[in-house]
Ligand binder design. Structure first.
Ligand code: PLP
Length: 445
């Protein structure tokens, strides 16, 4: 197919995720190749990958060691089922994941996307309490604006109205506790904002703990809800309340895991031990769809027994524990060790913080939020009052389209421009991306 045919066919037959296809028809884009942190479309135009190909690319595209690991694995086998049978890279990766996650986490259950990892966490937490006879514990608490993926279980514990509202009748009800949002709070005392949110959560736990199975949260920084950073101590406070009221803590590290916030996992910032942790995106360096739900031996044991006891976790997918994906993940984690990837994230985050600081002077940049290399730039109509642009103006969307024109790809969350560069981005490339964002924001606001 030539370029014209590809374009025509993409408009005629493809249906892109989280995309209004009329937008795509007006501004189509077809990527053909990538090298390092640069993506190239079918016309040869190059773009800096400012969103790590949706928050997952780590070492850049076509990283030799990962390519080779996949090729080597292909020469052995591409896939065999994990239902009732293990496979070599799945075993090796499970051991590696147990080594790098917080010490209480000992068991790895695979799947293939962030949403499926979360879906598993929900069912695992629910069945855990059923299996040990605490049959009233069936409800989930979540924080306002949380995002955990798009499957029905995941949206039931999420709180992004735009994505969820049409599916109300399909979803189970979760209990919402306020996320301690800093930017628009009437107080600018972070400790006050933290304590206020913890007090609300404590009230919910105190009133309903007998029926609450678990709370789910995105540690340290809430991603799709707008890149909102938690006040210091909030996460630790939630952990303490979970222990006090016998409620499981599910840490969704799908976006934050594998160094994105400057620690291997974001829970490490506050030395928190979740009961269940979900991970995906960066696990294979952004190569293949592997995800994992990792849990404690205590939870695992509640499912262990003879078949006749019906404690089995009846869950799994055709491609669960895929060998190619596990081999890519193993190669990815080897590079983490060899190249001190997480240490470098911390260094680069400092540079990004300094560079993004230059955007603060723009008259429509209201707030810049960052945890490691996970950043959001909120565009507002009025900086003083923090008034948002009318949503119909789609300022965030227009800004990212302009960025595309200028040679960088990212996607907005409403009027929050996401900046999540691959960890392999060099200083010059990081600066160039910030300059592109600045220019685009100036042009559309
Ligand atoms: N959980 C969090 C915190 C996420 O940020 C995302 C995706 O952005 C998901 C879950 C869903 O992951 P996936 O898109 O791989 O299903």
């Amino acid at each position: 197919m030539n370029e014209q045919q590809l374009l025509h066919s993409s408009k005629k037959h493809l249906w892109l995720p989280f995309t209004q296809m009329s937008d795509y028809e007006r501004d189509p884009l077809i990527i053909e190749s990538g090298e390092g942190i640069v993506l190239k479309d079918i016309y040869g135009k190059e773009y800096l990958d400012g969103y790590s190909s949706l928050w997952l690319n780590v070492h850049g595209h076509r990283k030799q060691e990962i390519n080779e690991a996949i090729r080597d694995q292909l020469n052995k086998i591409a896939h065999s089922t994990l239902l009732g049978a293990a496979n070599v890279p799945a075993v090796q990766l499970a051991e590696r994941l147990v080594e790098i996650t917080p010490s209480g986490l000992q068991r790895v259950f695979y799947s293939d996307s962030g949403a499926t990892a979360v879906e598993i966490a929900v069912k695992m937490a629910y069945q855990y309490w059923q299996n040990i006879g605490e049959t009233k514990k069936k409800k989930f608490v979540t924080l306002t604006n949380n995002y955990h993926g798009d499957t029905v279980g995941a949206i039931s514990i999420g709180d992004i109205d735009l994505y969820h509202r049409v599916y109300g009748a399909l979803m189970f009800q979760s209990i919402k506790s306020p996320f301690p949002l800093i930017y628009r709070h009437s107080s600018n005392d972070e400790a006050f904002i933290r304590d206020e949110a913890l007090a609300k959560l404590k009230e919910i736990f105190a009133n309903h703990h007998e029926e609450i199975a678990a709370i789910t949260l995105e540690p340290i920084i809430q991603g799709a809800g707008g890149m909102n950073v938690m006040p210091k101590g909030y996460l630790k406070g939630v952990e303490k309340l979970c222990r006090e009221f016998n409620i499981l803590l599910i840490a969704d590290e799908v976006a934050t895991g594998f160094g994105r916030t400057g620690k291997m996992f974001a829970v490490e910032h506050e030395n928190v031990q979740p009961d269940i942790m979900t991970m995906a995106k960066g696990i294979t360096g952004g190569y293949l769809p592997i995800a994992a739900t990792v849990t404690t031996e205590k939870i695992y044991e509640a499912f262990y027994g003879e078949y006749e006891e019906f404690k089995t976790f009846f869950h799994g997918h055709s491609y669960t524990g895929n060998q190619l994906g596990c081999a890519a993940a193993l190669a990815n984690l080897e590079i983490y060790e060899k190249e001190n990837v997480v240490g470098k994230v911390r260094e680069k985050a400092l540079l990004v913080e300094e560079e993004l600081g230059k955007l603060k002077e723009l008259s429509h940049v209201g707030n810049i939020r960052q945890a490691g290399l996970m950043c959001g730039i909120e565009l507002v109509k009025n900086k003083e009052t923090k008034e948002s642009f009318p949503w119909q103006e789609r300022v965030g969307y227009k800004a990212t389209l302009k960025m595309r024109e200028l040679g960088m790809l990212t996607r907005p969350l409403g009027d929050v421009v996401v900046f999540m560069p691959p960890f392999a981005s060099e200083a010059g490339q990081l600066k160039e991306m910030v300059n592109i964002m600045k220019e685009a924001i100036l042009q559309v606001t």
